[in-house]
Every structure is written in C-alpha cells, then in structure tokens.
Design a binder for this molecule. Structure first.
Ligand SMILES: NC(=O)c1ccc[n+]([C@@H]2O[C@H](COP(=O)([O-])OP(=O)(O)OC[C@H]3O[C@@H](n4cnc5c(N)ncnc54)[C@H](OP(=O)(O)O)[C@@H]3O)[C@@H](O)[C@H]2O)c1
Length: 285
C-alpha cells in the first residue's frame, strides 16, 4: 500500500451493512459554507470541486452530507461534481432538519416530511437508492418510532439501502433497533467531548458504525493541551493527533472531518497513517 498516495486506506475498513468503507471519511458540510452558517452554494466552486476530487484521490470512499447543508447545496454540488459516481463511493445523507433561515436548524421528523426530504435527496444526488440515509435528529414533537417507521417503509420501497441515526441517546438507539437494523450512529464526539461514550460502546457491542461529528471539535480539539503536547512530541499536526486518536479509540469509529481547504483535507486524511505510541495514547485517553 502506498500511504502517500492512498492514505485513507491506512485507516482500515468497516462495514455499513454489506458495504465496506474506509474508516476515514469526508464531511461535506463545509464545501457549501458561506461563513459559518452552512448556507448557500460554495463561495469558490472551483476549489470546492478540486477538494471533492482530491478526497477520492486520497482513497476516501465515504462522504457524509445532508439535505439541510446549504440547504440542498451540498447534495447538489456533490452530484454536479462527481456524478456518475466512481465504483465503491458510498454517500451518506440525512433528513429530518429544516432551515427556515441561516441560523435555524429545526427538527421535522414527521413521516410526510421525511418522505418528501428523502425524495428530494434522491433527486439532487441523482440516485435511485441512498446507501446510508440517516435520521438527522429525533423530533421532540413526533414519536420517534413514527420517524424511524417512515424510513423503514422507504427502505422497503427500495429507496434506502441502510438506515442510520444521528444525535441519539442509548434509549433511542435501542428503540430504533427494535424496529429495524441500524447501520450507523452519527453523534458529536471528539477527544474533548465524550458525552456519547455510552452510545459508542453500544455501537462496538452491536457492530454498528459510529460516525463522530465535530471530530475536531469544530477546531476546539486542536487547542487541547493534551493534543498540543502529543503533537509536539510526534512532530505531527494537531489535527492528525486528534483524528488518529479517534481511529485508535474504537474499531467502529468512522471520522468525517470537514474542511473547505485542500491542505487541511490532505493533512486530515494522512492522520490514518499516524501511529500514536502507547504512552502518548495513554496521555490522550
Ligand atoms: N449529524 C450532525 O448533527 C452533524 C453536525 C455537524 C457536522 N456534521 C458532519 O460532521 C462533519 C464534520 O464536522 P465539522 O466540519 O463541523 O467539524 P470538524 O471536522 O470538527 O471541524 C471543522 C473545522 O475545523 C477546521 N479544520 C479542518 N481541518 C483542519 C486542520 N487540519 N487544521 C486546522 N483546522 C482544521 C475547519 O476549517 P477549514 O475549512 O479552514 O479547514 C473547520 O472550521 C461535517 O462536515 C458534517 O458532515 C454532522
């Protein structure tokens, strides 16, 4: 394996159902970003296109997006740039949040909304079936089983290959699993924020992929004292230490660092090649 040319391969793989993906993915939320609001099409479409192509060249074969990024712009831009998709690329998207304004991310888990959202994602991504469709967040106004049930119906209709959840607690994961097999959970998790450790451990027991969002803590994990110390000791960029720790922390971990920068993308993906010595891992744990 050539680690320089295909660094994502060094992360190893995991299964999303029967699909195999490398354990270093790409979070496509920020390619569309306008400031920090995740609003509108990419400010610099040329660089954003190069970024998506570069992610593939680096060996990444899992992209995470959502209908609410842009809104709609992330999914449309992925299709515009990469369709027809290369063999083996798995695109995970999400529905269940709506954007009535730049700063608003409102849950809408009504079955009728989820059905419409899924059809919109299929159209924008130019797919007949979505490999991984994640409920973006439980809606407190809607029984959780109704939201999950709507997605199970869509799966039976052939529109979804595998179901994922996002922003769920242990009870919700267990409740969803009583309705249908769940391939992944996407929760906020990084070295400095381990509130979902119980959900991660459950995913390990169940063989469910755990996709940590904010794997760099939106930048905060880079300012961690422990990360700074280990980065200095290993002469490695801090982002690589934060990401390599995630990979080492759990075999079901599938980080999806987000960036609009090709340099950061390259740095982040190469975290898969960084082996943190046991004494430094202990310091980070
Ligand atoms: N399920 C959910 O509710 C949810 C919520 C949020 C995000 N997500 C998903 O998770 C993905 C990752 O989250 P995220 O992008 O918000 O957070 P993140 O990956 O933790 O951090 C991204 C931030 O770190 C910076 N960054 C990236 N690489 C860097 C590097 N090597 N050195 C220094 N700074 C670096 C980025 O700026 P630059 O652009 O300058 O690199 C950006 O500001 C998203 O793309 C999205 O797919 C899901």
């Amino acid at each position: 394996m050539n680690e320089d040319r295909n660094p994502a391969a060094s992360a190893g793989t995991l299964k999303l159902g029967e699909l195999t993906v490398r354990r270093m993915g790409f979070g496509a939320m920020r390619v569309t970003t306008d400031g920090s609001d995740i609003w509108g099409p990419p400010a610099d479409p040329r660089t954003a296109k190069l970024l998506l192509h570069r992610a593939l060249e680096l060996g990444i074969n899992f992209f995470d997006t959502a209908d609410s990024y842009g809104p709609h712009a992330s999914e449309s831009f992925i299709a515009e740039t990469l369709y027809p998709y290369p063999d083996g690329l798995v695109i995970g998207t999400k529905g269940g949040l709506v954007r009535p304004g730049r700063r608003r991310w409102d849950p809408d888990g009504r079955p009728e909304h989820l059905r419409r959202a899924l059809d919109g994602s299929l159209k924008r991504l130019r797919l007949e079936r979505i490999d991984l469709y994640q409920l973006h967040a439980p809606d407190p106004q809607v029984p959780f089983a109704d939201s999950v049930g709507a997605l199970v119906e869509a799966q039976r209709a052939g529109k979804i290959r595998h179901l994922g959840l996002s922003n769920v607690n242990l009870n919700q994961l267990e409740a969803a699993r009583r309705i249908a097999p769940i391939a992944s959970v996407q929760n906020q998790y990084n070295l400095e924020n381990r509130k979902s450790e119980d959900v991660l451990k459950a995913c390990e027991r169940l063989g469910v992929a755990f996709i940590p969002w904010y794997p760099l803590g939106d930048g905060a994990a880079l300012n961690s004292r422990r990360v700074k110390q280990v980065a200095k000791a290993l002469s490695a960029p801090r982002a690589q230490v934060a990401l390599a720790w995630l990979l080492a922390h759990s075999p079901v971990m599938l980080p999806i660092p987000g960036t609009a920068s090709i340099r950061h993308l390259e740095e982040n993906t190469s975290a898969a090649t960084l082996r943190i010595p046991p004494e430094d891992l202990a310091a980070l744990n």
